[in-house]
Design a protein around this ligand. Structure first.
Ligand code: ZN
Ligand code: ZN
Length: 253
């Protein structure tokens, strides 16, 4: 046992840690919040998934693993929409969903690493990692970021950055006014209004010619990332794809 192993043993003696889902006592330092069984049981998104919204396709048992294709609603979508594609390795729920809630709302910033690991594994298998020139985390309003102490999207963007060798991390997208938590708003119209005009860039052509990968912790109806993408495209971005640690099952608006 190495020095860090002993440190963990000592820590465990006095401050034992338990799986947030099943209560099992954790004995390794890899994921300090969930046991491997619960973590692995979280629903992942495998082929085939939608080539636009990233949600898993409903396929007959045994028909999995085939090529990806657009889902019904996405095949009717405006081809000039601001977002080109959405990617996510997991369905928002189970241990991964709980991890995102603890990470974001309870300040457990060490969860960035296991979440990033799930994202990296997916990216290496399913994404054209060399095609992006910029990685952009969805920004928080500065007051919110100060209260929380960090921006969860930025921590994820930093942790996965190495996976996209031609992309640089860009912080030049800003949230210029406070917004409400999107999931607390009931209608699509209220969600659109909530984020409309909430984002800005440092200069009119800050993203000229860029192929942007926009990072968020979770994508639900897509209102926030759609508004970010609109601003990025206006600032010259050639394309905007979205990559989140998890996607909810609700349809993309
Ligand atoms: Zn567990
Ligand atoms: Zn779709």
């Amino acid at each position: 046992m190495g020095a860090s192993g002993w440190t963990l043993t000592l820590k465990n003696l006095f401050l034992p840690v338990f799986c947030q889902t099943c209560g099992l006592r954790l004995l390794t330092d890899e994921n300090r919040f969930f046991c491997p069984t619960c973590w692995e049981a979280s629903r992942r998104i495998d082929r085939p998934f939608c080539t636009v919204c990233g949600r898993p396709q409903v396929v007959a048992v045994g028909m999995g693993g085939g090529p990806n294709f657009p889902c019904g609603p996405c095949s009717q979508r405006d081809p000039n929409a601001a977002i080109r594609r959405v990617f996510g390795p997991a369905i928002y729920g189970d241990a991964i969903g709980e991890a995102i809630r603890l990470f974001k709302f309870h300040g457990k910033r060490r969860l960035a690493d296991p979440l990033a690991e799930v994202m990296i594994e997916f990216a290496e298998q399913e994404m054209e990692v060399e095609s992006y020139t910029r990685i952009v985390p969805v920004p928080l309003y500065r007051v919110r970021e100060r209260e929380r102490g960090f921006n969860q999207a930025l921590l994820l963007a930093r942790a996965i950055g190495q996976t996209f060798p031609k992309a640089s991390l860009a912080g030049s997208l800003y949230r210029i006014r406070p917004t409400q938590v999107q999931s607390r708003l009931k209608s699509a119209d209220a969600r659109r209004k909530n984020v409309l005009g909430a984002f800005a860039v440092s200069s009119a052509d800050a993203f000229r010619g860029d192929r942007v990968l926009l990072i968020d912790d979770v994508v639900t109806t897509g209102g926030t990332v759609t508004e970010c993408a609109r601003v990025l495209r206006e600032a010259g971005a050639e394309s905007v794809d979205v990559f989140a640690a998890a996607l909810s099952e609700v349809p993309f608006e």
